[in-house]
Design a protein around this ligand. Structure first.
Ligand code: DAH
Length: 350
């Protein structure tokens, strides 16, 4: 009998050694203690044993059952402890490990420039006005005193939008993608009486072939001041103030006489080339200067069209090329870089 018990325990220990989880342990428990186990069979034999030996036999069987149970329980504890340690090891956090740096986005140079320009002109007392990319011929040309036969009105230069269902086909006020932000001086004067002091930044569109300094869409900032007694010196003064705040006190600038239909007199405003400082290079087309905008005194015809008393008020207007200014400021040699969204380029602006 003892021999049989020893074999049983030996067998149990072997099984427990390879048990890995609760499932294995449950199987072992039913194999060694269940109804069909050898122990159960031995219990059933108790009737065939001499009555005097029965109590001892029963006691022995119970002892063995307890021994089996405690061996299974202690193996279960062991497995649980092992699993716990494994989980701990797996989930351990190493606080000394260097962190993973998440990629940080950056602002587009044109956005940086827009913010800087708005800050500068707000500090000079201007309001910031939002405009529209889609405009009509009236605000883009007619109200800006642009004659019917002006080349800029040509379909080769300006992107017209095909007549839609909502507009009469023969409308003589076609929709277009605005070719200049000057539309906003018209809209502002239509809706406000002087004193007016505003700037408006936005995208413009022209049918230009892309190259180093041209893009079919680009950005302008329109500025307008209308009040009693405004003269060309005020215009000169504000543009120089702006150039110094943007590029530094030592900036060199010049005005050149020019023609715009909506200003009289008109001028163009240039800044020394950032690349060659006046020597002449491909960026400034050998001139040593980079044109950054047009300007002039508001033409009395425009005042008449928008309904502002040109006997009482005068005003100046200017239009700056924002892409040019951004290129100057950040030393960007090709306008196309601003629109290609190459991350290697964009990441340089923080
Ligand atoms: N809109 C003009 C252009 O695109 C720039 C300009 C010139 C704007 C003179 C003005 C101005 O307001 O007075 O070339």
């Amino acid at each position: 009998m003892n021999r049989e018990f020893d074999d049983l325990l030996h067998e149990l220990k072997q099984s427990l050694k390879i048990a890995e989880n609760d499932y294995d342990l449950n199987n072992i428990r039913s194999q060694f203690l269940g109804k069909k186990s050898r122990i159960s069979k031995m219990m059933k034999q108790i009737g065939s044993i001499e009555p005097a030996k029965r109590p001892l036999f029963g006691k022995k069987i119970n002892e063995i059952k307890q021994q089996i149970d405690s061996l299974i329980v202690s193996r279960a504890d062991e497995i649980e402890q092992h699993q716990y340690e494994e989980t701990l090891a797996k989930e351990q956090v190493d606080l000394t490990m260097p962190g993973v740096q998440p990629p940080v986005g950056s602002l587009h140079p044109l956005t940086l420039m827009r913010r800087e320009l708005e800050d500068i002109f707000i500090s000079l007392g201007f309001d910031v006005v939002e405009g529209y990319d889609i405009e009509d011929e009236y605000h883009n040309f007619d109200a800006l005193n642009t004659p019917e036969n002006h080349p800029a009105r040509n379909e080769m230069d300006t992107f017209y939008i095909k007549a839609s269902n909502t507009r009469p086909k023969q409308s003589n006020n076609r929709l277009l993608l605005r070719s200049q932000t000057s539309t906003m001086q018209v809209r502002t004067m239509e809706n406000n009486q002087p004193p007016i002091k505003m700037v408006s930044i936005g995208r413009c569109y022209r049918n230009d072939k892309p190259d180093k300094s041209h893009s079919p869409f680009f950005h302008q900032m329109e500025g307008l001041t209308v009040d009693e007694g405004i003269n060309f010196l005020d215009l000169r003064d504000i543009l120089i103030k702006f150039a110094r705040l943007m590029f530094g006190e030592s900036i060199q600038w010049r005005f050149r006489p020019h023609y715009f239909p909506f200003t009289e007199p008109s001028a163009e405003f240039d800044i020394r080339c950032f690349k060659c400082y006046g020597e002449g290079c491909s960026i400034c087309k050998q001139s040593g200067w980079i044109e950054i905008g047009g300007a002039g005194m508001v033409d009395t015809n425009v005042f008449d069209i928008v309904g502002i008393d040109s006997e009482k008020y005068t005003g100046y207007a200017f239009g700056l090329g924002i892409d040019r200014i951004t290129m100057l400021k950040y030393r960007i040699p090709d306008i196309r870089l601003l629109f290609e969204n190459d991350l290697r380029f964009l990441e340089q602006f923080r």
